[in-house]
Design a protein. Structure first.
Length: 57
């Protein structure tokens, strides 16, 4: 099974096509992908001399 887009994941969960464990696993994969993309963007900005300030939580 591949990773679903977030919209597709929500739709499949709503229609009960995935178990809760499958949804959690998919969400973790989506989160991991997003983290990798953010880190890549932050890395590019550092090379361009742009200061990156983390968001407040």
């Amino acid at each position: 099974m591949g990773t679903y887009s977030l919209d597709e994941l929500i739709q499949r969960w709503f229609h009960q096509d995935l178990t809760p464990d499958q949804v959690i696993g998919q969400m973790l994969q989506v989160l991991q992908d997003l983290l990798q993309r953010v880190e890549e963007l932050e890395s590019r900005n550092r090379y361009d001399g742009v200061s990156v300030t983390p968001r407040r939580r």
